[in-house]
Design a protein. Structure first.
Length: 347
């Protein structure tokens, strides 16, 4: 059984990485030689002071995340230092780059080694964290579509509908998006009522129910925190820093420096979907960013959308790799110092 789970995990990881590499191939395959040259030129001419600022904002967001995690542990009478919480968070992100979803266990294991906080206790708070972040993400997703509806509608009218007309001329694209949404909703509702007993007993439904219940339990747990309002401020600050991390990357290229904060929000929200699908967003994140920036007047043929997508993705990934590696080194040195102490001085 354990071997079977390991094989499935390896297959899932291989599939996700393969998908990312395949997307990279597809995204570069259709680019003209000029567009590829523009991407390389963009990397050479980029203002890396803005990139360094973006990295700094990313590190700050993870420090805030560490402080927020500390607040969740305190009601259980566990008081880790901000330093150990931060090191654990960064090791978690670093682990996720290699093996998706391994980061939660990794960061809890670090906290156990550093502050002797039981993994099952800290893991529960990580689930609460993830639930709250998911709620904020969905709120930002809805906000983005409300704010940028006209741009999204224009993109659908000019890029998606013509492609549908070209291949399926017999289908009317008049109000097609609304028709598909209504038809899809009707099918889902009908399917649910016909097979509701089997659906409710399925593992997928149970996972959805557990996720919804986790979000609810996460929200209720905020009331147990000593300073719930401060906790909410920290939670919103994390996502605001994520937004600034993306937005400051725009200024690294002259061609994207005029983009608005709203464009940054749209890239953050849609790019996050890419990170959920492939490990660390490899391949998919830059493609989503490039297509998103088409909404804001950055032509896909120019290569600048792809360039800023790769710059943004590289910034986030390099930051996690460098700080994650340094965190592992610090933890290793801490362990060595602890091992070198006399027995009576060890805790």
């Amino acid at each position: 059984m354990i071997l079977k789970k390991k094989i499935l995990s390896i297959l899932k990881l291989s599939l996700a990485l393969g998908l990312g590499i395949f997307i990279i191939y597809l995204s570069l395959k259709d680019l003209s030689a000029q567009a590829k040259d523009d991407i390389l030129t963009s990397f050479k001419m980029a203002n890396y002071w803005w990139v360094l600022l973006s990295i700094s904002l990313g590190i700050l967001s993870h420090i805030v995340r560490a402080i927020r995690w500390k607040m969740l542990l305190e009601p259980m009478n566990y008081f880790p230092s901000i330093k150990s919480s931060f090191l654990a968070v960064m090791v978690g992100y670093f682990a996720n780059l290699g093996i998706p979803r391994s980061g939660e266990v990794a960061r809890c294991s670090v906290l156990y080694r550093e502050d002797k906080i039981p993994v099952n206790k800290s893991f529960g708070t990580v689930i609460v964290e993830r639930s709250i972040d998911m709620l904020i993400f969905f709120s930002l997703f809805l906000l983005t579509f409300a704010v940028e509806y006209s741009r999204i509608d224009e993109y659908i009218q000019t890029h998606i509908y013509p492609a549908i007309n070209e291949k399926f001329a017999f289908i009317s694209t008049d109000m097609l998006f609304g028709k598909i949404a209504l038809f899809g909703a009707a099918i889902v509702i009908l399917f649910y009522f016909i097979f509701r007993k089997k659906i409710q007993q399925s593992s997928f439904f149970k996972k959805i129910f557990e996720l919804a219940n986790g979000v609810w339990q996460g929200l209720k747990s905020i009331a147990k925190i000593k300073k719930p309002f401060l906790f909410i401020i920290y939670s919103l600050s994390i996502w605001f820093l994520y937004l600034l991390m993306v937005y400051t990357c725009f200024f690294s290229l002259p061609q994207t420096s005029m983009l608005s904060l709203s464009a940054g929000l749209t890239v953050l929200v849609l790019g996050s979907i890419g990170i959920m699908i492939t490990p660390g967003g490899i391949g998919l994140y830059p493609v989503i960013v490039a297509q998103t920036l088409v909404l804001f007047g950055i032509s896909s043929e120019s290569g600048f959308g792809d360039a800023i997508g790769w710059i943004t993705w590289s910034t986030q990934t390099v930051m996690i790799i460098v700080v994650g590696t340094l965190s592992l080194i610090v933890l290793s040195l801490n362990k060595k110092k602890h091992d070198d102490l006399p027995a009576e001085d060890k805790i």
